[in-house]
Design a protein around this ligand. Sequence first.
Ligand SMILES: [Zn+2]
Length: 152
Amino acid sequence: MPNLGRAINNPPRGPRPITARAITERKPMPTNITDANPTGITDYNIHRFAQLPEWQHLAQAINTVVLAANRARIPGDEDDFVEAIAHLARGVAFMDCCEQCENSLDDDAGFVDTSAAPYTTTIDGGWLHGRYRCWQGHEWTCGYALDHWLYQ
Ligand SMILES: [Zn+2]
């Protein structure tokens, strides 16, 4: 996963990190819809990630979002949802912290993650312009240069 906390002048070593570009270059997801398998789900093995406790949090979070989206009757189908998850996965590389939440923290609050991924983006002139919404509903915009090595 992209390590957003690493220093700008400390490029990664070792295996290629997961970046927005790597996610964008992914192969189309295979499906195999048959009478016996109307879901189209295929064989897969994601054990590399499943060993992480955070992966289980992600699975539970996605399930929670699916249930909430169904309750709220958010328009769209499964393809829209999968596409939104893919956009979110790419957008994680461009997370930004909520200034309003940061300013409301007590000095002794310790680390509180106020970051959010952009929920809408516009790519223009080598920049990503994102619009963000935090847990508390605060909204803001932020821009990132796309030629930074973090995003390659
Ligand atoms: Zn906030």
